[in-house]
Design a protein around this ligand. Sequence first.
Ligand SMILES: [Zn+2]
Length: 368
Amino acid sequence: MTMSIWRKFVLSMITLAVSLGLAACQANGVQNVAAVEFGEPAQEAAAADTENQISQAALAEVPNSQEEPLQFTFPTPAPPPVTLWRPPLYEVPWALSPHDHFYFTRPIAADEVNWPLADYRYGDYFTGTDIVHTGIDIPAKRGTPILAAADGVVTWAGWGLYRGTNDQDDPYGLAVAIRHSFGFDRRQLYTIYAHMDRVDVSVGQQVRAGEQLGVIGTTGFTTGPHLHFEVRVERNSYFVSRNPELWLAPPQGWGVLVGRLMKSDGSPIHRLDATVRSLDTQRTWGVRTYAPASVNPDDFYRENLVLSDLPAGNYTITFKYNENSYQYDFSIKAGAVTYFSFRDRSGFSSGLPATPAAPDDYLPSTEN
Ligand SMILES: [Zn+2]
């Protein structure tokens, strides 16, 4: 178990006054939403500079330990919720490989739907626009409790997460941000919870995994009640989101498909529709590669396609590219990531991405 390589380290306490976020969400079954126009965040440049300074200051305080970049502290594992129609989740933090980081439990209780809306995943366009989704949406009834995905401190609670002001027209509506009490790869982690009907926490409050933050609503830019959930790495900014499906613990016995689909020159293929089919049950899932902007692949996998919550078993993925049809068979293993890459004219590979060279490799030799 990879727990053994995680060592406790002290994360510097930083407070970011401004959160730059972008949420354009749709609820389940609601179509034909009006296009929403966003302006560029006015404080973007200044805030980015400030964040860079803070982030460098924060990094400077992190113990120098180049031999173990994957440092991690997680003081209180959360009890796995129970559901009647899905297996219980793996207990967080869950990671079968040093590249994985399923550190968060679902922000909606297990007796409700607590998985992403399938047709509006991370990296997809908001219907009828080119606004890219920087989180996942979990549909739920108004008033459903929203739960902290892990321990941490509340750094935003209320209106204005996107604009940084107490603005009731803010696209996130009533929202909460949590800075977690642990990190990954020596970097801070944040989670975002948006469109609440009511916020039950305040800035500075310490929260535990599973603690209620508020309830589901329709505040901000939404077409129906749901939770918009984001994971942000290193700082609380719209620009550093990651795919939450790579951070939320899977149901026990289920796994996650991660793909990197590239053109012949190695650049990512954007917005390619693919179909995943279970060879065991014949059930199918639709999934689409990321749009070109505003999303960030995982630092290790460099993916542009993720499909979580797949029961362990045998599958095939099919898609068309440049008039050709492609098919790739793969297996999903319990609690694990199954990775594949595709490159036009080269085909498929199950080989993991090359790990970046360790920092030590760049140090000048001291031998004479
Ligand atoms: Zn959303």
